[in-house]
Design a protein around this ligand. Structure first.
Ligand SMILES: [Zn+2]
Length: 340
């Protein structure tokens, strides 16, 4: 069947156009029909030309939807199910998957082309997790966030070792940072300091559980966090941006023995060995192993204990996807929801 979806041709040139026929290619594939898609903060790197665009590229890696067709080797996923998967397809059986690092699966494949009415998901049995039944429409945005942005915020908090009673600081007020706040709250953090200068984002951070807002950045931001934590820094810091400044701010705001969970895709970050050595700070991060968290997060959304879909503050018909990119690029929108 032919489909229409978003294709990036060059920086700031996103087109909504007809794409080649979408079919099962490998026997382990599934094809899903997408009720809602979205634009990711990481889509903005190629959109801005910071990552080169060498050929027309189908965009979108966050997805959920109804299974339409499965390949002959798929055994656990069936047509008609509502499923969610990660941006990295994984077999969920190799050593890395079994260790909980499905985004380092030895057979991982990047899912692309999900800003479309349908998409193909490789390794369907390992990648997709079905909801208990078809979800009501109002849960779909929250379920969609589990595919990447919510799973990534959750991993940031796990990697930063957030515990009941922890003091947490969150660097970055994009959708991932805001959902990092929500995750830290769920994990029982006592104090959650959101670093943001943007009023609408501060409001959402508070709604998600932030107890304090710090507007200072860089060295001043680090000093503020230290002032608020007896001079030492936070137990856990979530780094959700990926720039040299945000990484140094995160490490500087962490107490000796504390942990930084970093999930912003690094752009030009270089760390100095001696400074890191004497900081006594643990660093863990990387592309979130979303698949590890899907069963638990689906459960939390299904039972309406969390509402991560609140990060969508702009809804557009899918054919106006280019407007979604523009609004996020200009920081007019936190995250754009696209409805086919
Ligand atoms: Zn694997």
């Amino acid at each position: 069947m032919s489909i229409k979806g978003a294709v990036l041709y060059a920086p700031r040139d996103v087109r909504f156009e007809e794409q080649p026929d979408l079919t099962i290619v490998e026997p382990t594939d599934a094809v899903i029909r997408i009720p809602a898609a979205c634009v990711c903060g990481s889509d903005l790197w190629p959109y801005r030309g910071i990552e080169p665009v060498t050929q027309p590229t189908p965009m979108g890696h966050e997805y959920c939807g109804i299974v339409e067709e499965v390949g002959p080797a798929v055994t656990s996923i069936r047509p008609g199910q509502f499923v969610i998967g990660s941006f990295f397809a994984s077999d969920n059986t190799c050593l890395n998957c079994r260790a909980g690092y499905q985004s380092s699966c030895q057979h991982r494949q990047l899912v692309r082309g999900a800003q479309a009415s349908r998409t193909r998901v490789p390794l369907a049995d390992g990648t997709l997790v079905a909801t208990p039944e078809l979800p009501p429409n109002d849960l779909v945005p929250s379920l969609l966030t589990l595919s990447d942005v919510m799973g990534t915020g959750w991993f940031a908090a796990v990697a930063a070792n957030v515990r009941p009673g922890s003091t947490v600081a969150v660097v970055g007020d994009g959708a991932v940072g805001l959902l990092g706040v929500l995750s830290a709250k769920q994990m029982g953090a006592k104090r959650i300091i959101a670093m943001s200068r943007h009023e609408a984002r501060q409001r959402l951070a508070r709604e998600f559980g932030a107890t304090d807002i710090v507007t200072e950045r860089g060295d001043e931001g680090v000093s503020r966090i230290k002032e608020m934590t007896g001079g030492v820094g936070a137990d856990s810091v979530l780094e959700c941006v990926g720039t040299p400044e945000s990484m140094l701010q995160a490490i500087g705001a962490t107490r000796p023995g504390g942990s930084v969970g970093y999930v912003g895709v690094p752009q030009g970050v270089q760390l100095e060995g001696q400074a890191l050595f004497f900081s006594h700070v643990r660093l863990h991060g990387g592309p979130a192993p979303v698949r590890r968290f899907l069963p638990q997060l689906i459960d939390l959304v299904w039972n309406r204990q969390i509402d991560p879909g609140k990060v969508f503050d702009l809804t557009l018909p899918l054919e106006r996807v280019a407007e979604g990119y523009r609004a996020m690029d200009e920081r007019r929108a936190i995250k754009a929801l696209l409805c086919p």
